[in-house]
Design a protein around this ligand. Structure first.
Ligand SMILES: [Mn+2]
Length: 208
């Protein structure tokens, strides 16, 4: 069985049509399922109402075609749309999460709990674009601390290995595959993933 996995489209920030992308990718595969790993809609960098109107089609796609996991940038979508969202989803020995959960476990954020992280994520979704921009800037400084981004991502991946077995996540827009942990590249960078469940193989493709 082949499953299409999409993550981090950040629609709203970027102009993407999920139906077009789906139709393009479907030419080569016969999917039984589509799983999305969060941040498919970006409510942090857009005004909420405008974003919902602009992405009506995309939201419809998520509703009709996908098993959805929510990310930090679309955290409040289950509250404001009729889409069913999971925080984590288990299928055939793999756990699917968005990935922001790992950030909240980083040891360099001793003063930020999972609950605090979620509060920030929610507020960023609801506040207007200029305010969210300022908050995101401050959050970026706070998150990065003294670590460079590359060092930080390495640390996140190490922590993911300690915390999880057989986990697949997006959030970092990076591809890495070492058997029990897989991080997938972002749809907004033009990548999608096909999971062949029989061979247990995750293959990355570039949209063209
Ligand atoms: Mn994210």
């Amino acid at each position: 069985m082949e499953i299409l996995i999409l993550t981090d489209a950040h629609a709203g920030q970027y102009n993407l049509n999920f139906w077009d992308i789906y139709n393009k990718t479907e030419e080569n595969f016969n999917f039984k399922k589509v799983i999305t790993l969060g941040d498919m809609i970006d409510l942090w960098r857009t005004n909420l109402d405008d974003c919902l109107i602009q992405n009506e089609d995309n939201i419809n796609f998520l509703k009709k075609k996908c098993i959805n996991i929510r990310g930090n940038h679309d955290y409040v979508l289950p509250e404001i749309t009729k889409i069913k969202y999971y925080d984590e989803y288990n299928f055939k020995d793999f756990w699917f999460i968005h990935g922001h959960q790992i950030e909240a476990n980083m040891s360099d954020l001793p003063f930020m709990s999972q609950d605090d992280y979620i509060k920030i994520a929610k507020r960023m979704c609801y506040c207007s674009k200029p305010i969210a921009k300022i908050l995101e800037y401050l959050y970026g400084i706070y998150k990065t601390g003294s670590n460079s981004n590359i060092f930080r991502i390495q640390k996140v991946l190490q922590l993911a290995e300690v915390l999880y077995d057989n986990v697949v996540f997006g959030h970092y827009h990076k591809y890495r595959d070492n058997n029990n942990i897989k991080t997938l590249p972002a749809l907004c960078d033009g990548y999608y993933t096909i999971w062949n469940t029989k061979e247990n193989e995750f293959k990355i493709y570039k949209l063209h």
